[in-house]
Design a protein around this ligand. Sequence first.
Ligand code: PAF
Length: 278
Amino acid sequence: MHVFEKPEDMRLWSRSQKAAGKRVGLVPTMGCLHHGHLSLVNEARKHSDAVSVTIFVNPTQFGPNEDFDKYPRVAERDLDLCRQAGVDAVFMPPAEAMYATDASTCVTEDRLSAGLCGACRPGHFRGVCTVVAKLFNIAQPDVAVFGQKDFQQAAVIRQMAKDLNFPVEIVTAPIVREPDGLAMSSRNAYLTAIERQQALGVSRALRSAADALAGGTSDAAALRRIMADELARHGLRPDYTAIVKPDTLDPVSQARPGDVALVAAYCGKTRLIDNRIL
Ligand code: PAF
């Protein structure tokens, strides 16, 4: 497995793969890899001949009071997992290789970024779009795989890639859950044993909404109340609950199968997100 720190080395590798007739896949990550990430690698392999992973805790997508400093960084473990997963190349740049001190350009997607996490975390999706655009330019993938767990992020990146004519196919892979239903996330590492139990309220809230819709409750306000009640029962503090159309992320007043229920909630100091296609 190749490990590159310099953008030019990563790009040369990608170009050499393409020159050899291979399709290059990319899984962008912030490290602290778990089974969810490895499922993205497996998905990338289905769509490409050479799989690359990027590991970069991107400072520009964290707000001033967010967890950038304490975000778990476990490079050697991540590299071992990538090796075991048969990844061909890892791009792991130092921050200064990604952002020059005089950098003054960013990428903003305006529509899909506006609500949900975008409303709660101003500037977050600008940071995500900027770094993903840079990673696309550096790694030059033919296909890039993102997790459905970050439903809004995947939609925003798909739009960004289309608007900016990136020749990159965007693939979304299903959420990977712990046996008890908690969606896998690097941030789960922050949870204490008690919080880990409380955190189950997030996936249970989504399940309650799905069950209620299946039982005939389609009023979105009622479904959101059901989710909020479930979060409260588990001692979680909601950032938002929402039911939206999957392509536009517009809130619906009457939910239908295929709409998406989303939750962001604080479990102690840890912000968890999850979603479910109803
Ligand atoms: O989903 C993530 O881990 C990050 O937002 C991403 C896409 C790697 C950009 O930093």
